[in-house]
Design a protein around this ligand. Structure first.
Ligand SMILES: Cc1cc2nc3c(=O)[nH]c(=O)nc-3n(C[C@H](O)[C@H](O)[C@H](O)COP(=O)(O)OP(=O)(O)OC[C@H]3O[C@@H](n4cnc5c(N)ncnc54)[C@H](O)[C@@H]3O)c2cc1C
Length: 252
């Protein structure tokens, strides 16, 4: 991976990393440059050592959670139901009301855009609402510090969270999760709903009637239809509430 990144850098080829693709919209025109994907099993290993769990960034977040819970380790269970990879979750500090991934990170192995690998320790990292200071090109691996708890108790808690998610999110449709970040003290979904946009459809993309901060897409949807809905929500919410919505999803 270091060699590939170094080669792209030397040749001035733009390079990006794709995780599970669950938080981004790729423009219909496509992407110029190289897209790296940590698909090899070597990037998805998970090991448990006492209360420490080490996971490759290519591992799915759900696999990391189930390995931890089986070992009787709590913390990451708060992330149940969040699709994507460990790398993607760290990049955007995935989480919700019950906690986020950044709270449990002990160290992260990264590769810079110039192809240099190094480890960042907990005290060199900062995590905030849907963002992290992990701005190197690639997150390769992370170590998490968890705590012991009865696996049955953790499973009960996860089941509750999962039921709530299923009731409030349009999980049977294709989406990229929440489109906008929640403005301080407010819910982006509530603002979009109050602006009268819940269920609004442009082409094959629409604001979910279950959760207005999700744009769900139907077969044949284009990125431009999604962008038109994004612009519509931004202008209506700004007009009615004077609030500027900030994107949570990445646009490529
Ligand atoms: C139904 C649904 C529900 C969701 N619920 C939640 C939720 O409750 N909470 C929440 O926080 N999110 C939620 N999301 C959003 C999404 O699942 C998370 O943001 C997830 O962590 C993204 O991971 P990914 O691997 O899919 O990243 P991608 O979408 O592939 O990438 C996102 C960003 O991370 C970067 N990235 C990915 N892997 C790496 C890597 N190895 N190294 C460096 N950068 C990398 C990419 O370059 C990109 O900038 C939801 C999405 C869906 C579809």
């Amino acid at each position: 991976m270091v060699e590939v990144v170094g080669c792209c850098h030397e040749n001035h080829v733009p390079t990006r990393v794709l995780g599970g693709g669950s938080n981004l919209v790729v423009q219909d025109e496509g992407i110029k440059g190289v897209v790296l994907h940590l698909a090899d099993p070597a990037f998805s290993k998970i090991t448990v050592d006492g209360m420490r769990v080490t996971a490759g960034a290519g591992a799915s977040l759900s696999r990391l959670i189930s390995h931890s819970v089986k070992a009787g380790l709590a913390g990451l269970d708060a992330l149940v139901g969040i699709p994507g990879t460990v790398g993607g979750a760290l990049h955007g500090n995935a989480g919700g009301k019950s906690g986020d991934i950044g709270q449990h990170v002990a160290s992260v192995q990264v590769v810079t855009i110039a192809g240099e690998g190094f480890v960042r320790q907990e005290d060199e990292l900062a995590f905030a609402y849907r963002s992290s200071s992990l701005n190197e090109l690639i997150i390769l691996e992370a170590r998490f510090e968890l705590h012991h708890e009865d696996p049955d108790e953790i499973t009960r808690r996860m089941r509750k969270l999962w039921i709530m998610k299923k009731a409030t999110q349009p999980l049977t449709f294709q989406s990229a999760g929440c489109i906008f970040k929640n403005p301080r003290g407010m819910s982006a979904g509530w603002l979009i709903d109050q602006a009268g946009l819940k269920g609004t459809r442009i082409g094959n993309a629409e604001f979910s009637d279950r959760h207005a901060n999700f744009i769900v897409t139907h077969p044949g949807a284009s990125s431009h239809e999604v962008f038109k809905l994004i612009d519509l929500a931004r202008s209506k919410v700004s007009e009615q509430f004077g609030v500027d919505l900030e994107l949570e999803i990445q646009i490529w």
